[in-house]
Write a protein that binds this ligand. Sequence first.
Ligand SMILES: *Cc1c(COP(=O)(O)O)cnc(C)c1O
Length: 433
Amino acid sequence: MRPSSVWHPYTQMSEWDSFPNIVRGDGFWLIDSDGNRYLDGVASMWCNVWGHSKKELVSAISKQAKKITHSSLFNLTNNQAENLAEKLIAISPGMNRVFYSDNGSTAMEIAFKIAIQYWQNIGYKNKNMFATLQNGYHGDTFGTMSVGFVPAFFAKFKKNLYKTIQIPFENSYKIANIEEYYSQTLEKIEVTLAKNQNIAAFVMESGAQIAGGVNIYQNDFQSQISKICRKYNTLLILDEIATGFGRLGSLVEYTAQKSKPDIVTYGKMLTAGYLPMAATLVTKKIYDSFLGKYHQMKHLYHGHTFTGNTLACAVANQNLDLYQKTNLITNVRKTASHLKGRLEEFYDIHTVGDIRHKGILVAIELVSDRAKKTPMSFAKSTNKIVFEEAKKHKIYLRTLGNIVMLVPPLAMPQKEIDFLIDGTIKTIKNISK
Ligand SMILES: *Cc1c(COP(=O)(O)O)cnc(C)c1O
């Protein structure tokens, strides 16, 4: 084995002698250099939609690559970026313009900058704070860490982060009276927005908090927050990077949640997981505030080298066409209900404390004591233990701390979903002995 120079993300490198070297994808399977096959249970970090060698997507990329792979949106435009923006607006009620970037973190940073500048554009000088729910996650850059402060990830950077208003918000698993807790949380939000005239926007993940521990919102929560934001003249920024594009069973989660954002972000599944790209969408009200004479300096000072990358837009266009052509969302709902039917089986394992499920996302929380809800832990990271065991059952899993995540590609057929569930049950049983 040759020595590696790669530093892996969110990884204690000392735990790993080597990593499976993925050389090829075959539908929903990843194949390594030794010929081992792993069913992709995490959709290659929650972004893959159709599996790994979808003919139509590969052909969209190669067709575009033969013409041009990248030309910038500085002074220029291109059909792929234009068409994609039109399609995104068409599926996103209330939205009017699309700003492109390369990843979810930057899409959120752009949302924050737009919100702060919006208020200045219309004459407010001091509306520059963000309010948010604890345990939200919006990316790994300094701005997104400030707003989406997951203590376990970002405590070491706390002194370098800017101030935000964090409304206490615990995982439902830890709450005794959920209804009461939610109404108290809504009250806190209302009091906070009423009291602080300097809040530019309320920021939250749409539908569920994912990376901060998988906390699926109760019905009406998001729509109530949306109403409170309107009442107190605060913008609502919704992060659909993980939950949009069908993960929770709806193409656009904020419509399912009956909420009205001023700014919304998409990422992860936007290109079906084939190329890096994200988008920040805004309403006409927001966009129009940036118009004026050049010397008024109302325009947005933001842009990345690869903003609107032609190749990424081409594959995203093809991806959205496939969603329509194959009725993907209808199938997602069928898969979701099949998944649901199998989840009871996990509770036979004594270390399974809680299962949280919506759409094609399952979080299985492992505990050493069900009554006390003590997180299960090992000498090594739980992720490493679970990953190694799962490999023996030909599945690729990654945990979030003590939470086993099942986040397969949306189009995974039931046969493979069952293989994934069977393998996960065996995995958890074996590591629980
Ligand atoms: C993944 C994620 C991000 C960050 O996206 P990157 O592409 O990893 O920068 C932001 N918000 C949510 C909800 C995410 O899941």
